[in-house]
Every structure is written in C-alpha cells, then in structure tokens.
Design a protein around this ligand. Structure first.
Ligand SMILES: [Zn+2]
Length: 198
C-alpha cells in the first residue's frame, strides 16, 4: 500500500456514512424511472452540495492526484458525480480550441443526445465555491483489462423540477476501503498513456 494511502487510512477524522445504495437498480440514461423520488433527491443534493462521503484525493507518484475510497462500496453504489461547468451546443474539439481556460484532461464529453460537455477544470465549481469537486480526480483504467472499478452513467432526474441531468460514477463491483477509483475514459490516447501503469 502506498504511504499516502496508509496515511489516509490512519486519519480517523475522515467522515464516514453510507453512500446511496442503488443495489439491484440499473442506473441508465434510458431508464431514469429506476430511481425513486427519495433516491433522486438525495443524489441531486449530493451533486449540488458536493457532500459526497467515503472518498478522498491523494497524490501517488505514478498517477499524480487520485481518487481513493475511504469506506467500502457495494456494486452499483453511486460514489460521486463528475461535476463542473455544463457546456451545451458546442463540439468537444471546438470547445477545447476556443476556451484557453479549459484543461482538456478535465473535460468530459457526454455523448448521449443531445451531447454536452462537463468542464471540470476548476477544482471549485462556480456555483458551489465552498466545496472541492472530487470526481475529477478519478484516473483512467482500461475496462478491457479489468482494472476499471467505476463507470460513468448519465442520469436524468425526472422526478425533480427542471429534470436536472447529472453524470455519476457507480461501482462496477464491490470496492474495499482505500482502493484507487478508476474508470475507462474510452480514449485511445489515455489507454496508451496509462498502459504501463496497470
Ligand atoms: Zn457545483
């Protein structure tokens, strides 16, 4: 275990409580009705306030900033959202070219129609400046190699006024405390870059 993760493990001040339990529920863009009102409200509040629990960021030599679990998660638990400025109606390449402040490594293109971009370049969301956004620290891992342990899911909260749309990371399998959380960027460049680190 990395020294940084061991230090995190020994830090008893880290707050712990239960994540949203979605066991048995398939979170899907096409099936927003699979989340009940209470689950949607909890999910929306956590996204809005960035008050996720059971995760922390650490710096590891090979990866830089990483996202790590500090508690156990069950398969399909929603762990964190990918949070940032929402940009609609612009092609990904155009947005990166036209926006000097945007760091391409922190911009995620959501390809469901209508497609949009989440720009998580800033550690602090403009709307929620008091909270750090942690989802942006999840590193890449190739799902074909079985290393990825979380996956992003596009969710429309259809029972909440305005039908807000969020992108969450859910656990692909049971995850033990102090595990690095990684998802597949599905990007050839990232897959090549991270290949040796797996
Ligand atoms: Zn925010």
């Amino acid at each position: 275990m990395h020294e940084q993760i061991r230090r995190l493990r020994n830090d008893k001040s880290r707050r712990r409580c239960s994540p949203i339990d979605t066991s048995g529920v398939v979170l899907s863009y096409r099936q927003p009705e699979s989340l009940n009102l209470q689950q949607q409200e909890t999910l929306h509040e956590r996204c809005e306030k960035q008050n996720w629990v059971g995760i922390s960021d650490v710096i590891l030599p090979e990866f830089g900033r990483c996202l790590v679990s500090t508690q156990k998660f069950k398969k399909d638990d929603v762990i964190v959202d990918y949070h940032g400025r929402v940009v609609e109606g612009v092609k990904f390449e155009d947005y990166i070219a036209q926006t000097p402040s945007a760091n391409e490594n922190f911009c995620m293109e959501i390809k469901h129609r209508p497609s949009y971009i989440i720009d998580a370049t800033s550690e602090h969301c403009v709307k929620h400046p008091g909270h750090r956004c942690l989802g942006r620290f999840a590193n890449h891992a190739d799902s074909r190699r079985g290393v990825a342990n979380i996956a992003s899911t596009d969710v429309i909260l259809d029972l909440i006024p305005g039908n807000p749309r969020v992108v969450v990371f859910r656990a692909l399998r049971d995850i033990q405390p102090f595990t690095q959380l990684r998802f597949d960027y599905v990007d050839p460049v990232a897959r090549a870059l991270y290949k040796e680190k797996e």
